[in-house]
Write a protein that binds this ligand. Sequence first.
Ligand code: FES
Length: 68
Amino acid sequence: MPVTRCVCFNKKFSELKKIAKANNCSSLEELQEKVTFGENCKRCHPYVKKMFETGETVFEVLPVENSD
Ligand code: FES
């Protein structure tokens, strides 16, 4: 299953991208000033960062960072 949204806030990356464009946001932090997302588990953060880097809004699941 590809990753297409911030699940916690039900915000699609494609929607977030439009909002970023309309508001000239170029980072996750700037975008969070315009729309509420990414404030719970934060697992969407690496994907939103990738969206800013690549312009893509559909992602393969990234490898989980292992803490041990
Ligand atoms: S998926 Fe975005 S905060 Fe949980």
